[in-house]
Ligand binder design. Structure first.
Ligand code: SIN
Length: 275
């Protein structure tokens, strides 16, 4: 198995390994790379949906996504797809998956199934590096705060996607989500301090109004989105990405109108988050 860094702060590219027949030692090395570097991109995989599920089960439990189109055959697999005639994509803003859950997902495993001829890359950003870049004063303030997360404004019947041409593909309009997490968490495996707010699902700081929260939230989102903390994954047929939702954000580029893109995602169960 070969590994190489994708950028200074986030991302490891892996080749010469078969995820579907991986030794325990290689899996331990991949897990370590995900926890230390946020995302691993494994190239040249021929992984069936059944093998995708079996590989996910080696990480622990699977969290079923309540909103994305489901794969017809496999309830564990959510489809992140955009058709030739759609202009909206799924995941087109910086976010981390399922931060609106009381126990947010540990990570996600995304398999490229159909790619556009060009475009459709995914950006990943290190929230450990973003946190480290803040002043001691702001760090100290953030460490006293919790934030409220929800997906309702994104997926409900009058939410963001309802106004778009992705509306008919999405489900879960009646789901009600609300979770409160520390703004700075200790990564459950590495112990690193990580900024845990995101532009898509964080509504406000606990005990603050939305109006009061937005200037600071917008600032934190602008820091997390700085190019210096990010890497760019250019998908190829056979690429599988595995990422840590606690320590990274990601953003799916929407620059391939007129072409289809289909990805299979399994979301991995996590643990409660603590400061
Ligand atoms: C997602 O947000 O999980 C989708 C990422 C992608 O489609 O690249």
């Amino acid at each position: 198995m070969k590994m190489s860094a994708m950028s200074e702060h986030v991302g490891i590219e892996v080749s010469d390994v078969d995820l579907a027949a991986m030794s325990d030692a290689d899996l331990a090395a991949i897990k370590d790379a995900v926890f230390q570097h946020g995302v691993v991109a494994v190239r040249d995989q021929a992984i069936s949906p059944q093998q995708h599920i079996a590989f996910a089960n080696r990480w622990g439990g699977i969290d079923i996504n309540n909103y994305f189109p489901v794969n017809g055959e496999f309830a564990e697999i959510a489809e992140v797809r955009k058709a030739e005639n759609q202009t909206t994509n799924i995941g087109g803003g910086w976010h981390t998956d399922h931060s609106y859950d009381q126990v947010p997902a540990m990570g996600s495993i995304l398999v490229a199934r159909e790619l556009p001829p060009s475009g459709g890359d995914t950006l990943f950003a290190s929230m450990g590096a973003a946190y480290d870049s803040l002043s001691d004063g702001l760090k100290a303030t953030l460490e006293t705060l919790k934030a409220v997360h929800s997906a309702d404004h994104v997926y409900r019947a009058d939410g963001y996607y309802a106004q778009t041409d992705m509306a008919a593909d999405l489900r879960g309009h009646d789901q009600v989500t609300r979770a409160v997490h520390p703004v700075v968490i200790r990564h459950p495996v590495t112990g690193r301090k990580v900024l845990y707010v995101n532009g898509a699902f964080t509504l406000h700081f606990e005990g603050w109004t939305r109006e009061e929260s937005m200037p600071l939230l917008n600032y934190l989102v602008s820091v997390g989105a700085r190019a210096e903390f990010a890497c760019r994954l250019h998908w190829q047929p056979g690429t599988v990405a595995i990422w840590d939702n606690r320590s990274t954000w990601h953003l799916a580029m929407n620059d391939y109108h007129g072409h289809k893109r289909v990805m299979h995602r399994i979301t991995l169960s996590g643990v409660p988050l603590a400061a």
